[in-house]
Design a protein around this ligand. Structure first.
Ligand code: ATP
Length: 239
């Protein structure tokens, strides 16, 4: 299979403190892979390095065979990588529509941006219903939908998702994982970061377990669900 994203020996430090230590990771075209890890394991830092938001100390990252470390976030977004940040990070005092408009800033052509927003409103009727409403007045699940739609406006080939289920009610968690699967089925390769191992392993093809900035185990989602390490760390002994 073709690797759309290929990470080799990635190291990232904050000052003298290493946060990511020698991570190797691949994402193949059409796949959904998950990085599992506890608070502070380094999951967000990996995503930030891929997006050009945090400088890597060393290592390489290739997108479609092209090295991207050192590029600006705008350049990386333009190549086809987009993200859904942890906590959604919407402008709560702006309408849903304006959030989509501002969030799609990477699409320089305004006509294209408006066309893509229109496609999102078609695809997610709830967003059309809520388009004039302030984003901050939506439920957590609805805000997640806005954050996903915003990330899709630039028509990414790879979507990085940082804990989309965090803080949501159980019913909403299910809806968000359905949405993640739907986006993936539509052809977007996804690298998901999650603490919700049980749900994430149900939708993912492959998983990595990150501890203290290093990958300690990896495997197919089916195998990882059975792995005693993953069960001990996340699943309280049973899945
Ligand atoms: P969480 O689930 O809590 O978001 P995470 O797995 O995403 O955790 P990171 O946010 O990547 O973890 O953090 C990895 C390590 O780097 C942690 O020890 C954290 O305290 C540290 N760290 C993160 N951001 C910074 C920063 N801006 N400056 C200094 N240290 C940081």
């Amino acid at each position: 299979m073709t690797a759309v994203l290929s990470i080799r020996d990635l190291q990232v430090s904050y000052g003298a403190v290493p946060a990511v230590r020698g991570v190797d990771l691949e994402l193949h075209k059409g796949e959904l892979r998950v990085i599992l890890g506890a608070n502070g394991a380094g999951k967000t830092t990996i995503l930030k390095a891929l997006l050009g938001l945090q400088k890597a100390t060393s290592g390489s990252v290739q997108f479609d065979g092209r090295p991207i470390l050192g590029m600006t976030p705008q350049q990386i977004n333009k190549l086809g990588i987009s993200w859904v940040p942890e906590g959604r990070q919407l402008w709560s005092n702006l309408s849903v529509y304006d959030n989509l408009l501002l969030g799609g800033f990477g699409v320089a052509d305004k006509a294209v941006r408006r066309r893509e927003i229109e496609r999102m409103l078609e695809r997610f009727p709830l967003l059309r219903q809520r388009s004039r409403q302030l984003a901050g007045s939506l439920s957590g699940g609805e805000q997640s939908l806005v954050a996903v739609a915003r990330a899709l406006i630039s028509q990414p080939r790879v979507l990085l998702m940082d804990e989309p289920s965090l803080g949501l009610a159980p019913l909403m968690v299910k809806q968000i994982f359905d949405l993640v699967q739907e986006v993936n089925a539509a052809g977007v390769s996804i690298l998901l970061v999650e603490q919700n191992a049980r749900q994430a392993l149900q939708v993912a093809d492959w998983g990595y377990l990150l501890e203290n900035g290093a990958i300690v185990t990896q495997g197919s989602a089916a195998d990882l669900s059975q792995s005693s390490t993953v069960q001990d760390v996340f699943l309280g002994g049973s899945i």
